[in-house]
Ligand binder design. Sequence first.
Ligand code: PFF
Length: 456
Amino acid sequence: MEKKRSSFSSRIGFVLAAAGSAVGLGNIWRFPYLAAKYGGGIFLLVYLILAVTFGFALMITEITIGRKTGLSCIGAYRTLDKRFSFLGWLASLVPVIITPYYCVIGGWVMKYLFEYVSGGGAALAGGEYFTDFIGFAGNGMLSTPLFWFVLYVLITALVVLLGVEKGIEKVSKVMMPVLVVLSIIVAVFSLTMPGAIEGLKFYIVPDFSNFSGTTVLAAMGQMFYSMSLAMGIMITYGSYMPKESNLERSVGQIEIFDTAIAFIAGLMIVPAVVAFNGGTAEGINAGPGLMFGTLPKVFEQMWMGHIVGLVFFLLVLFAALTSSISLMETVVSIVHDKAHLPRRVCTVLVAIVVLLLGVPSCLGYGPWASVQIMGMAFLDFFDFISNSVLMPIVAFLTCILIGHVVGTKVVSDEVERNFPFRRKRLFEVMVRWVAPVLVVCILAGELLRAAQIIKI
Ligand code: PFF
């Protein structure tokens, strides 16, 4: 007899786990610097509009496909149309590529948290701490990124091992509410820094002169990343969703959660960094360096800065963990569905593969820095291939499949099982016409950007 598929125990458990997947490093590290770079308030506005239209349509599509078929992405796409089985394989590739490098960054977060907890916060603010750390310049086991990466993978795997309800749902129910409270506390502290109000204005007041096609492209790219779209995660989580719950309402809540945390993350980071920078936004679009390099320096100057730093990295760790858990769970569920091995065996196998695949990303800024792919370090290359190439392709083909091959009714019927589908018209227009065009623009924009970087 077939074993019953795991499932979340309640709708709220599902919403918190899916929001846990969505809210991650993307919200806290990436969103604030993009918002600052692409015009503050205007970026926020564009992002918000995209999230409730384009993002909504793609998210409800994925969750519905999962709930309807009760399968992870390979089986789910195959059930919808045999010719689209390859799309399931393509989508599965995305979490396989992302999980290892995401765990490398998660390991960095743990190291920073450890330093604040053990009283080493001041060192983090020192000159080139971050570059030295990822460059393996330190001595001893605790100074090597490899140690923290392995520990992070083991923690992620442990939660996945405990299962959907006893592991993922339980952890999300604790971590997500705590994350919200801690974010608000840190944001309040940041905003009380002298000079922060200037930064706040910069972050919130739209600067229309900064609006351009790139603002829209950047906001769209960020939305994919942030909402965990086009990588099978939402299909997998949808497959664990109770059949009787309100799908549309859940998607709305996940969107609100994700966008609110991104907005608060901006409040935590941008005003404080602008204040620290002497009131200008110059230099705050530093990417990874912003959170790991600049922010500890800002905390060093803040009242109770070491405590704020500790709280900040704890909340980043929660955000990262709930996301890496969803990434790993997606891979485990695919292997489980395909190989018919016990879930636990699949989890152990996946964890081993993640450990092996993560090593190049972990060593890529240090001992293996001389090895570059298309001019990029391993981690950047994996990030580029997954986020800039594969995800737009998967999203485009999903829109074609639902909008033009099997028909949007497949989705709307499932959404309407027990509840009315309020944004049905919007969903249909988005999936059929608007989303595919926008996704092609993202792909073209990303490829052009890459061509410039590698100077083709
Ligand atoms: N959505 C999560 C985040 O914003 O961090 C997790 C994530 C998934 C990040 C996929 C990046 C990514 F490519």
